[in-house]
Design a protein around this ligand. Structure first.
Ligand code: RRO
Length: 291
């Protein structure tokens, strides 16, 4: 077992938010999903206080060794999530972490307070890759904004608060330190890297809204570099993610300083990737191979 923010996990491999739809997977695989759940904890797709339709198509564009997405946070809003998704996610055989995002402290506070009262929720991930409507600044791009958000939310819950860091900054470690000073329990990184592609057939952007976030093996060295810098700067546990496709990749993330590893884009290719990567990781440690 692995201890993470007071949670007991069966191994070090979880999912990256928004990359595995456990409710849809249950419909496809039935109870076999519960018997062979690919992750040691489940992180939900990010929810917002009010429902959102998400972005116009195209939402996904394949690139060499990865993909660009701009999904735009389609979700049922807090009330719809609690009424319709939470009962189903509570049936998963692993701890549930709910990812939340809002455009002001009040919106974040409403979600954190509501979810604090739910025993089904083991922890909260704060997705800070969004603008604060009052300052116009992306919260996770500014240490001061990140610290202020944590100071507002920390008194509202004793559940673990994990801050999901954006890679689109010069110094992610300074944002991680601000999260730690504000009272975060862990940090997770990296979210997707800002990117665009032009469709050669049309000369127009491949993503409907013009640009999006790059994920997959293409960004793994960026992720390893940032995990290494952040892990050296904070005393908090770090969830490392970005292009992890194998046990060797996961071992690299752990060697860089991560406590847990999250699998994202690889689950689109292989829905059982989490199980395979955890098995490869455990085989490596049995063989005494650290990296
Ligand atoms: O929904 C999205 O488009 C999205 C989100 Br909220 C995020 O945090 N990262 C990402 O790559 N896409």
């Amino acid at each position: 077992m692995v201890e993470f923010c007071g949670l007991e996990l069966r191994n070090r491999v979880i999912n990256a938010s928004g990359t595995f739809d456990a409710i849809a997977a249950r419909q496809v695989y039935g109870d076999a999903l519960l018997e062979h759940f690919p992750f040691a904890a489940f992180v939900s797709k990010t929810i917002t206080p009010e429902p959102r339709a998400g972005n116009e198509p195209q939402r996904i564009w394949e690139t060499p060794a990865g993909m660009i997405n701009s999904i735009g946070l389609p979700n049922k809003g807090l009330d719809g999530f609690v009424a319709e998704n939470l009962p189903r996610l509570a049936e998963l055989p692993v701890p549930l972490i709910v990812s939340v995002m809002a455009t002001d402290h009040e919106g974040f506070a409403r979600m954190v307070s509501a979810l604090d009262g739910r025993d089904e929720v083991a922890g909260l991930e704060l997705n800070v890759s969004c603008p604060n409507v009052h300052s116009g600044l992306i919260v996770g791009e500014q240490p001061t904004e990140t610290a202020a958000l944590l100071e507002a939310l920390r008194p509202l819950t004793r559940k673990p608060l994990i801050v999901k860091l954006t890679p689109n900054v010069a110094d992610p470690a300074s944002v991680a330190v601000a999260a730690e000073e504000g009272g975060a329990d862990a940090v997770s990184l990296i979210n997707t890297v800002k990117a665009a592609a032009i469709d050669p057939a049309t000369g127009m952007p491949g993503i409907g809204v013009g640009q999006g976030g790059l994920s997959g093996p293409a960004i793994r060295p960026i992720a390893v570099g940032q995990v290494r810098m952040v892990a050296a700067a904070v005393g908090l546990p770090v969830v490392g993610m970005g292009g992890v496709c194998s046990g060797a990749d996961a071992a690299e993330m752990l060697a860089a300083g991560a406590t847990l590893v999250a699998v994202g884009t690889e689950s689109f290719r292989d829905p059982a990737a989490g199980t395979r990567i955890a098995a490869e990781l455990s085989e490596r440690s049995r063989a005494g191979n650290d990296t």
